[in-house]
Design a protein around this ligand. Structure first.
Ligand code: MCU
Length: 416
């Protein structure tokens, strides 16, 4: 595979054109992150407004704050994650609303969820199947899409079917602003469908916390999965909701496990990849705010290795495909190979899996990923079986000859 040339990869410190038009407000100190390693209030550096620098076609340094300071501890990392989340929301995903008021009831395998905010309310429900017998509490996997999950869920783990399209429609450009999320927050809310779905996943977990005695589901052992467009949903939900214990995106491709800059570089050399320019024309997965940046992704203060890094050090197992360039075979391999450095920094490589194989049709689960990979992740991180197998995985069935270090010219600190 082609590599970035040094001449086009060394631009640094270029101030983006018209920075004032890109700046909405000065953001004060980052909100206190909700991850388990959250530092005490007031300890995070403030995030300067604007896109910052450098503009670069290499992948951004996750270990340097937007204001320039270095990440040198776990507490810094939690601050940096909160900052990265804010930047992703500001320029790409749209705003994730604060927790609204939620009530829930469980009857006949249906969990009914009512949400209200600012005088408006909506309700939606999810089916829970395969709840094991016994008091538990038992783990569960939230599966995007109404037609069941495409990964095999083992006995002992329930499946929660999430009709994500009901929360935010994804029927092309005309579905912008449709769905229950927008009924609640208004059709011009900045959130794209991915953010709206992550909000829906959070409300399911709120509801599980309220009904644990009835559902017998453990809200602390919840996985999330989905394939393709719904795989993008799964990785964004894992990134934005720290209560997700295991993130399992399948064939999420561009806009999921793929990096914008890698796809843009491939596109420049004529490859038929899905890139930022095309994806915002195809569907409403992202905020309309992202449209201003899709033609020059090099100015973004993040890429999707940092979306994935919002999960670190929680466990993630990313399943991808080598058969179709459109699905981001190189952009997901490079992006996640570099994302992995965040788990490395945290001493948590046993919580990172990336596995890329071919020969299966899109979204059908290949058996080569089951026994020693998916089962190991679910066994260890949802079923609490420490001996479920190796979960330090980074592999592709193809050699892409892609130099991960050339794309990530920054040091990996030891934050463990
Ligand atoms: C990989 O996810 C998407 C892809 O981004 C789209 O370009 C294509 O139209 O659909 C894929 C998908 O969701 O397939 C089910």
């Amino acid at each position: 595979a082609p590599q970035p040339t040094t001449t086009t990869r060394t631009s640094t410190s270029i101030i983006p054109p018209n920075p004032t038009t890109l700046t909405t407000s000065v953001t004060s100190a980052a909100p206190v992150p909700t991850s388990t390693s959250a530092p005490s209030p007031g300890t995070c550096p403030s995030t300067p407004s604007g896109l910052g620098s450098p503009v670069s076609n290499q992948l951004n340094d996750p270990f340097t704050f937007h204001g320039g300071g270095k990440v040198t501890s776990k507490a810094d990392w939690a601050c940096r994650q909160a900052e990265i989340s804010q930047l992703l929301q500001r320029y790409e995903l749209g705003t994730l609303p604060a927790k609204p008021s939620v009530s829930a009831s469980f009857s006949g395998n249906t969990l009914s969820i009512s949400v209200s905010e600012g005088g408006r309310s909506i309700s939606f429900s999810v089916g829970i199947s395969g709840i094991p017998s016994g008091n538990g509490p038992h783990p569960a996997i939230i599966s995007f899409g109404t037609f069941g999950t495409s990964i095999p869920v083992p006995a002992g783990v329930a499946t929660i079917s999430f009709n994500n399209d009901d929360i935010a429609a994804q029927q092309g450009g005309s579905s912008r602003g449709s769905g229950k999320f927008y009924t609640l927050y208004g059709s011009s809310h900045s959130a794209g469908a991915l953010t709206a779905w992550a909000w829906g996943v959070s409300r399911i977990i709120d509801a599980l916390e309220l009904t644990q005695a009835q559902t017998r589901i453990d809200p602390k052992r919840i996985g999330v999965t989905g394939c393709s467009r719904n795989g993008k949903g799964a990785i964004v939900a894992g990134a934005l909701e720290p209560r997700i214990a295991l993130t399992l995106p399948q064939e999420s491709g561009a806009g999921g496990a793929g990096c914008w800059r890698i796809a843009a570089w491939q596109k420049r050399s004529g490859s038929n990849v899905q890139d930022s320019v095309q994806i915002v024309q195809e569907n409403v997965w992202f905020s309309p705010n992202f449209n201003s940046y899709v033609n020059n992704v090099d100015q973004l203060p993040f890429d999707h290795h940092m979306l994935a890094g919002l999960i670190a050090p929680r466990p993630v197992y990313i399943m991808e495909n080598v058969d179709m360039e459109w699905l981001g075979k190189i952009s997901t391999y490079g992006c996640m190979g570099i994302a992995r450095k965040q788990w490395q920094a945290l001493g948590a490589l046993d919580k990172f899996g990336y596995s890329q194989v071919g020969g299966n049709s899109h979204c059908s689960f290949p058996s080569s990923q089951q026994g020693s990979e998916l089962s190991a992740f679910i066994g260890k991180y949802l079923l609490n079986n420490a001996n479920a197998g190796n979960t330090n995985i980074f592999r592709s069935s193809q050699n892409h000859n892609f130099n991960l270090d050339n794309w990530s010219p920054w040091a990996v600190p030891n934050l463990a």
